[in-house]
Design a protein. Structure first.
Length: 114
C-alpha cells in the first residue's frame, strides 16, 4: 500500500526504533508508549486489521504472535507477564489500519482494559 504509515516503516522509508525483524515481521517501539515495554509488531505485508490477517490463512498471524513473544523475551518481561493487544476497528480504538500487535509490559496491567 502506497499511503500506509506502517507499510512505510516496514519498508524503512520512515524511521522507527526497530527491536526485532524477521523475514515477514517487524517490531518497533511505539512512538507514544503506554508502558515501559510498548512495542508494535507488524507483518511486512499489508493487512488492514486482525480479521484480515487471520483470513490470510498462510501462517502470517502465527509469525506475528511468535515475534510478539520474542519481543517480550528480549525486553525481559515474558516471565512477569505481558499483554498482546490487537485493536480491531474504530470502536476498539484502532487508528492505524495496518494490523499491529501491541506488546505491553513492565508494569501491572489492569483488567478490564478501558
Ligand atoms: P492503534 O490505535 O491503531 O491500535 O495503534 C496505533 C499505534 O501506533 C499508537 O499506539 C501510536 O502511538 C502508534 N504510532 C502512530 N504513529 C506512529 C509512528 O509514526 N511511529 C511509531 N513508532 N508509532 C506510531
Ligand atoms: Zn500497510
Amino acid at each position: 500500500m502506497t499511503d500506509c504509515l506502517f507499510c512505510k516503516i516496514a519498508a524503512k522509508e520512515i524511521p522507527a526504533e526497530i527491536v526485532l525483524e524477521t523475514d515477514r515481521t517487524l517490531a518497533f517501539r511505539d512512538i507514544n508508549p503506554q508502558a515501559p515495554t510498548h512495542v508494535l509488531v507488524v507483518p511486512k505485508e499489508h493487512h488492514a486489521d486482525a480479521a484480515a490477517l487471520a483470513a490470510a490463512d498462510d501462517g502470517l498471524a502465527d509469525d506475528v504472535l511468535k515475534t510478539a513473544h520474542a519481543v517480550a523475551q528480549g525486553d525481559g518481561v515474558s516471565e512477569a507477564g505481558y499483554r498482546v493487544v490487537f485493536n480491531t476497528g474504530p470502536a476498539a480504538g484502532q487508528t492505524v489500519f495496518h494490523v499491529h500487535a501491541h506488546v505491553l509490559g513492565g508494569r501491572e496491567m489492569r483488567w478490564p482494559p478501558g
